[in-house]
Ligand binder design. Sequence first.
Ligand SMILES: Cc1cc2nc3c(=O)[nH]c(=O)nc-3n(C[C@H](O)[C@H](O)[C@H](O)COP(=O)(O)O)c2cc1C
Length: 365
Amino acid sequence: MSLICVADFEQRAKQQLERTALDFYRNGAGEQVTLGQNREAYKRLRLRPRCLRDVSQLDTSCKILGQQLNWPLGIAPTAMQKLAHPDGELGTARAAGQAGSIFILSTLSTCSIEEVAVAAPETCKWFQLYIYKDRSLTEQLVRRAELAQFKALVLTVDLPINGDRRADARNQFSLPPHLRLANFQDELMQGFVSKLGGSGLNEYVASQFDPSISWQDIKWLQQLTQLPIVLKGILTAEDAQLARNFGCAGIIVSNHGGRQLDTAPATIEALPEIVAAVGKDLLVMLDGGIMQGTDIFKALALGAQTVFIGRPALWGLAANGQRGVEQLLQIMRHDLEITMKLAGCPTLRDIQPSMVVHESSYSQL
Ligand SMILES: Cc1cc2nc3c(=O)[nH]c(=O)nc-3n(C[C@H](O)[C@H](O)[C@H](O)COP(=O)(O)O)c2cc1C
């Protein structure tokens, strides 16, 4: 089967991945309502294309946090990428660089901060941070990201505890012994096994991550580092305003790919209230459910300045390592270009809010 869209890569990955890894990657929390809605919500939006607008030359470039990028799509942090392919995070980071995209490295990666820095020196890299109960450990992660020339810290704020991921509990999800959480030296921190009969990751998070973190910890982090701080996991106008007031450099509108609070809104549903509240003075980005060019286009039209993909990159990696991610990104870029041309938008600035409407605006017919 030739691979021509993200869904094809997903199919291929399903055939290739070992069951426990596939379940960890694809599932959401609870009844998986939010997981499904992240995709479904895009289908409820209609595009209003404009015509006769000379689309012979297309410009998809953009500037995010001072970095020039080829197009407004980056790779969201996803944990333990060597479960998908031995290339792991090194392959994904290199593929992102090839595509002129941002790569965000997870704290829970199977290649270390330093390994990724050496393997992908040209890639624009951000580091995703979880705050550990052990604050000196957290501080060390920040210092290492700075030293390795990562350009921003992405603090994930939607995971004080792990969501109710039922498949992982059923599978007693543990990190296979040949892999390790590469950012940690301490043997105890390098892996996790299920000891209580449920998800081993759940137990790891409960014992290590600090559930007491609050807005005051944003100040703590700002005192620690000069790096711009991006909050990932914002879903309301209220929290977006707080992020702005606390001096964050940006936010990622995200529900963690439907893996945390089930029945939280789809990210594309949450985006408009957030853009209305802070869009003029804060960098607003989004992830969740992005599968094709029209999805990217809709998020941009509704005010996101760039979007990120989580699972699709994992499907590319599972299908064919670094090369698979490269192919997947090429396909998505081409798909965005087709959408822009057919909608009459030669540049990203031409993508306007009026070009996206809810399907109910047409329901009188
Ligand atoms: C397998 C998997 C692992 C993830 N690991 C992390 C992580 O370590 N840190 C984090 O902030 N988000 C993590 N996420 C959430 C993603 O960064 C992102 O928010 C989500 O995948 C976007 O939705 P999408 O998969 O529909 O593109 C993970 C998501 C998946 C699917």
